[in-house]
Design a protein around this ligand. Structure first.
Ligand code: FES
Length: 328
């Protein structure tokens, strides 16, 4: 099963807010009583649960996932960075324009579906705000004495968050590539020759992920790991007809028709499953599969994790066969 899904829910206080690049603010979060926060590992994210607001979301408030990009050994603060997204649904504008130090916000997680696996060498590739999950990864790689390199592309130098922090700490290991000065990242040079001893971690906008994926076709399985912000494009489901889902622990069986998700069906049957993005990107609704073959439609699992058929994301994934058995 992929990553970790430990779920905590807390109200934290915004203890600091700073501009870290053009259009990007960082938030530092603490427990209101200065209590310890749950541990996390590089690649983890939290849910930020913003208050119900006409600007944040029409109803039910807004929940968004943000990678933790601070010091994982600091047990008392979390740091995240938020890009203003003019085309978004208002959550990033709320963080930029209304959230202030001293305000309280709901926080879920942390969870990690993008864990750093052991390797002698790493190539980290970031595009824009995709630098956030990679920041703690490069720290960890450095701490472990691994050989690593970071390629960091962005629209302009001024738009690239944590650029100075990275170059000051790691010098030549970090390649800063502002597109308006140097063009796009030279993926052909870095990825054309597969390196079996190297793991590639990539986070950024969809075109960058697609380009990295295309450049890595000849790399060994498991070498490439992605963190996606938006759901990957999907083909039609394997089956367009209803299927049954057995909830092993509750002893109930539900029928999933083509127009509802497995998540919706199991909730109607009384199963209590947490969700957040409901687009197959955040990993919150990860559920163990005991029997059957899921039709994986998420943007989280790697190919070998899909092939294991031992877990699925109920918000988007379906069934290849007539029946699935879930550990619910
Ligand atoms: Fe986010 Fe299912 S709720 S992956």
């Amino acid at each position: 099963m992929v990553g970790t899904s430990a779920v905590n829910a807390a109200t934290l206080t915004v203890s600091a807010k700073a501009d870290v690049a053009e259009g990007v603010v960082s938030l530092t979060l603490r427990h209101p009583d200065d209590a310890r926060l749950p541990d996390w590992t590089p690649g983890a994210h939290i849910d930020l649960i913003l208050p119900r607001s006409s600007e944040a979301e029409s109803e039910g408030g807004a929940t968004r996932q943000y990678s933790l990009c601070g010091d994982r050994w600091d047990a008392y603060t979390y740091r995240i960075a938020v890009l203003r997204e003019p085309e978004g649904r208002g959550a990033s504008a709320y963080v930029h324009d209304r959230l202030r130090p001293g305000d309280r916000v709901g926080v879920g997680g942390p969870r990690n579906h993008f864990p750093l696996v052991p390797s002698e060498k790493y190539l980290f590739i970031a595009g824009g705000i995709g630098i956030t999950p990679l920041l703690p990864m490069v720290r960890q790689a450095e701490l472990l004495g691994a050989d690593w390199q970071l390629l960091y592309g962005g629209r302009t130098r001024a738009s690239m968050a944590f650029r100075e922090e990275l170059t000051a700490a790691y010098g030549d290991r970090v390649r800063i590539v502002p597109q308006d000065e140097l063009g796009l990242l030279d993926l052909a040079t870095w990825l054309s020759t597969p390196r079996p001893d190297t793991k590639v971690y990539c986070c950024g906008p969809a075109p960058l992920l697609a380009a990295v994926e295309a450049a890595c076709v000849a790399w060994p399985p498991y070498a490439l790991r992605f963190e996606r912000f938006t759901a990957a494009a999907q083909t039609a489901p394997v089956r367009e007809t209803p299927f049954e889902v057995d909830l092993r622990r509750t002893g109930r069986t539900v029928t999933v028709t083509p127009h509802i998700s497995v998540l919706e069906a199991v909730r109607r049957a009384g199963a209590d499953v947490l969700s957040s993005c409901e687009q197959g990107t955040c990993g919150t609704c990860l559920t163990p599969v005991l029997e059957g073959q899921p039709d994986h439609r998420d943007s989280v699992l790697a190919d070998h994790e899909r092939a294991a058929n031992d877990c699925m994301f109920l918000c988007v994934s379906r069934s290849c066969g007539d029946r699935l058995v879930l550990d619910l």
